[in-house]
Design a protein. Structure first.
Length: 322
């Protein structure tokens, strides 16, 4: 319980910081976030009253906006956006309207996720509806996980998060890709860079191991040959060292991009990662490389933070722990 309280406190601070940032941005436009939200609600509710959206001007753009609103952390916006989406009367959404509305509703959220069977075998979603329907549910559930305000002790952030992840565990691993894309959106720019660095470091490590194995095969009878090849070996070792330095130097701009994400958001991500592994288990396996790349980068950022002299500002040499 103490651990949950600490996580909730950190996430609450992150939510407050995010809201303050949005408020400052809105203030520069002389309009508050609350007013913007109310305006959006009015527009969405108006569009939801239309008999059909087929011939509506800019209908595809409106549809994308409504889909995006499903992922917001305000249940009022989620419901209004979903009711607007229902105007399109799509066959993969209409049969499940009551279910989705019950998931959005704060009063029935947890009960609906417990009762609704979304598994591929024997589930309540038809196979031909699964791709589009699970994508929509991913947005809604992401928004529910990100919600911070208005929660009670019996419906805390951590408990809500675990409820969502337990529900997602009934899906196939291949069906979780879009949900993870939403979770990793803040790190979208840095993830490909981290993956390239991991590949470069893996290749470098393989070269070092190969060089070590070749060295152990030499025998005392080849002393003379070893001495003659010593200069070549030194050159190879120097090249490998230069390559290692290049890889390390390449990490700096990548870490700078990662450092641009707030520390509170990174802390919240680490708490979420613990629940992802605990609740999803093997279902999270396809996404572990990206998740571990982020953890590795965050650990290195921590090393750098602790490796800087606070008085002189001089960077202290440190070793990687990841």
């Amino acid at each position: 319980e103490a651990e949950e309280a600490e996580e909730e406190e950190a996430e609450e601070e992150e939510a407050v910081a995010g809201e303050e940032q949005h408020s400052e941005g809105a203030a520069r436009g002389n309009i508050s976030v609350r007013v913007l939200t109310d305006l959006m609600l009015c527009f969405l509710r108006l569009f939801s009253k239309l008999p059909s959206a087929t011939n509506l001007h800019e209908a595809p753009a409106l549809y994308e906006i409504c889909q995006d609103m499903l992922g917001r952390n305000d249940p009022r916006l989620q419901l209004a956006a979903f009711q607007c989406v229902c105007v399109w009367r799509e066959p993969h959404i209409t049969p499940y309207r009551e279910v989705v509305e019950a998931v959005i509703d704060e009063q029935s959220f947890r009960q609906q996720l417990t009762l609704f069977d979304a598994s591929r075998d024997g589930g309540e979603i038809k196979p031909e509806h699964r791709p589009q329907m699970l994508r929509l549910l991913s947005r809604v559930l992401y928004g529910k996980m990100m919600q911070r305000r208005g929660l009670t002790s019996s419906n805390s952030t951590v408990r809500r998060r675990r409820t969502v992840l337990r529900f997602l565990a009934s899906w196939e691993p291949s069906e979780l890709g879009y949900f993870f894309a939403l979770l990793l959106e803040p790190y979208r720019a840095v993830l490909p860079m981290l993956a390239l660095l991991r590949e470069a470091e893996t290749a470098q490590s393989a070269k070092e191991k190969e060089s070590t194995l070749q060295g152990t095969k030499q025998t005392k009878k080849q002393t003379k040959k070893r001495q003659s090849d010593k200069s070549d070996g030194d050159g190879a070792a120097s090249a490998e060292a230069d390559e290692g330095v290049a890889v390390s130097a390449a990490r700096l701009p990548v870490l700078a991009r990662l450092a641009a994400v707030s520390a509170k958001r990174n802390l919240g991500f680490l708490g979420l990662l613990k629940d992802i592994v605990g609740q999803l288990g093997r279902h999270a396996a396809p996404f572990l490389p990206a998740l571990l790349d982020l953890v590795s980068g965050m650990l290195e950022l921590s090393n750098i933070a602790f490796g800087v002299d606070a008085h002189s500002g001089r960077t202290v040499v440190f070793k990687r722990t990841v």
